[in-house]
Design a protein around this ligand. Structure first.
Ligand code: SAM
Length: 458
């Protein structure tokens, strides 16, 4: 949407605050930069980048980040997107994963995770090790979150559909790192989100600030002593940015504002815009007129203290009946080149089999959409491998692989759920595009039939 259609009060506020820079800001905010973040779970960054068929430039603050230097590149429909080689994301949103800096083995919570841009970034940086809880309060948004985590090959995440209050009541002080990518007035998305433009008013800004303070109250409870809490918005409204952080610090003496790394393009805050304390200048802002992307606000908070020595460990038990294990083992042994996982196996009420990182006692009673990595399902006495299993595999992990070149018309046929002639041994076959996973096919009777999930088919 063009800047002429933006709310006059928004334009007036920003012009007053930014002065001479406001023309450059308003022009840049109307730009439609497209970023793609490479997925290191798929391979070395340099090699992945070399495979992309588009002209791209690096995002200066994110090693995985690129932004397109050409218009109309079909990044959303390319088979590499389907194969989880990258995630389409605004360049300034890519800074969340850099600033929170989650480590392999940590316990990390993304409290407002859908559609999964930041959660998939956190997961990749954790190298699929530790525990990632991706929570989304809006039920309708959880399925796209699941699709994205699965598409990118994430195996250590659980997806919850909960309120921050209910999570905080159960998991007090549990997490090394918590991300609050807060619902906000979305001024940074004005060029592509007409609803954000339509809904904008000073009252909406105030309402968002109120809601954000409530979410941060709960988020604080979830952070362990010594842990980190990253707050982010895609708006410039200081009431929702510096204002929320000032109020938080005022009422949480056990937290301090942590210094941000000197990332290129990252500027300090503007407490003077709303009469907030000078200390809040230590927050970070990315602007659309000083680099790629639409702009983002971040504040990194650290909870004082040291972690106790009673942090829970990743669960290694099993919660699956022996009769299902007897069905599961042979099918997965025939399909995989490694021993099928048994530590953390969990069978849900639909007879779907997951590898879960958390002891089920820790989440009993909470609304869970994916209790872990969904690897197989049991139906009518038969176990079949799940799509999410395929999406976390490399070609050497599967007994049988059908690798297609990206230009091969069979790629489209596979994604449409079709079949083709193939005489190899019967059983499940991992279909890949240039070595990146697309899903399962089943071979038998001289044919290879796509098992690409119905809800994802083209
Ligand atoms: N982190 C996501 C990503 O990178 O793809 C984007 C998150 S979006 C900016 C904010 C999310 O907060 C929305 O999915 C929205 O449903 C959720 N939300 C709305 N109200 C909330 C509340 N009261 N508590 C927690 N989350 C809320």
């Amino acid at each position: 949407m063009e800047s002429a259609a933006w709310p006059a009060e928004f334009v007036a506020r920003m012009t007053g605050w930014l002065g001479e820079a406001s023309d450059a800001f308003l022009t840049a905010l109307a730009r439609r930069d497209v970023g793609v973040r490479l997925n290191p779970l798929r391979g070395e960054l340099e090699q992945l980048r070399a495979r992309l068929p588009w002209n791209v430039a690096p995002v200066p603050w994110c090693p995985e980040g690129l932004w397109l230097q050409e218009e109309e590149a079909p990044v959303g429909t390319h088979p590499y997107h389907t194969a989880g080689v990258y995630y389409i994301q605004d360049p300034t949103a890519m800074a969340a994963g850099v600033l929170l800096d989650p480590q392999p083995g940590e316990w990390v919570l993304d409290l407002a995770a859908a559609p999964g841009g930041k959660a998939t970034h956190l997961a990749a940086r954790m190298e699929n090790q530790g525990v990632l809880i991706a929570n989304e309060v809006n039920r309708r948004r959880t399925s796209v979150l699941a699709m994205n985590l699965e598409r990118l090959g994430v195996t250590h995440a659980m997806i919850f559909n909960e309120t921050p209050e209910r999570l905080a009541a159960r998991w007090s002080g549990l997490f090394d790192a918590v991300l609050v990518d807060a619902p906000c007035s979305g001024e940074g998305t004005f060029c592509r989100d007409s609803a954000a433009v339509r809904d904008w008013s000073l009252a909406t800004v105030q309402g968002n600030a109120h809601r954000q303070r409530g979410i941060m109250e709960q988020a604080a409870l979830l952070v362990r002593p010594g842990g980190r809490l990253l707050y982010g918005t895609c708006t410039f409204a200081p009431e929702e940015d510096e204002g929320v952080i000032a109020a938080f610090l005022d009422t949480h003496a056990d937290f301090e504002l942590a210094p941000l790394p000197a990332l290129p393009g990252l500027q300090g805050g503007h407490p003077e815009w709303i009469g907030a304390p000078e200390a809040v200048r230590g927050v970070g802002r990315f602007w659309p007129h000083t680099g790629p992307g639409h702009g983002h606000f971040y504040a990194l908070l650290r909870r004082r203290g040291e972690p106790g020595d009673n942090l829970p460990e990743r669960w290694r038990g099993t919660a699956i009946p022996g009769r299902i294990l007897q069905l599961y083992r042979p099918v997965l042994r025939e399909t995989l080149t490694f021993e099928p996982p048994e530590a953390g196996l969990y069978l849900d009420e639909n007879d779907d089999i997951y590898v879960t990182p958390l002891d089920p006692k820790l989440w009993a009673g909470l609304h869970v959409l994916r209790p872990g990595w969904w690897i197989a399902s049991q139906r009518h006495g038969k176990v079949t491998p799940n799509h999410a299993l395929a999406m976390a595999l490399h070609p050497e992990d599967a007994q049988e692989v059908c690798d297609l070149a990206v230009a091969d018309p069979l790629v489209e046929q596979f994604l449409r759920g079709s079949f083709w002639e193939d005489d190899g041994p019967a059983g499940f076959v991992l279909v890949t595009v240039d070595g990146f996973p697309l899903g399962w096919a089943k071979r038998g009777d001289g044919r290879l039939r796509s098992r690409y999930p119905l809800h994802l088919r083209r």
